[in-house]
Design a protein. Sequence first.
Length: 136
Amino acid sequence: MDEPKEDMPREDMPREDMPGEDMIVYFNPVCSKARGAVEILQDKGAHFEVIEYLKELPSRADLERIVDAIPDPPSALVRKDKRFKELGLDEGDYETMEQVVAVLLAHPELMERPVVFHGDRALICRPSEKVLELLD
């Protein structure tokens, strides 16, 4: 892959333009589904990069790329869990790409995981075995 363009800040560059492996796993180590997907990839001998997205926050471009790549509606990328409710958020307010990206930039802990990319394809790998679809 090409090196990052000097006039574009690295944090604003989509990860697809960054040097790295063919597969990318957006990972949260406390998530059993994320750990399971990584274990499956390791067992299959896949080459991948793990991004702990709560330590290395995704950029707007990263989030837009994810929403574009997953076959699900944009709202599938937002966890509607206890934290979502604690924040007083309403599911109906997070349907479009713009709304989803905005909430995930403000609250990255709400990103559904794991998200796994292989080339231009991406899946929210729940259950973990769904990652096998990307190895075809």
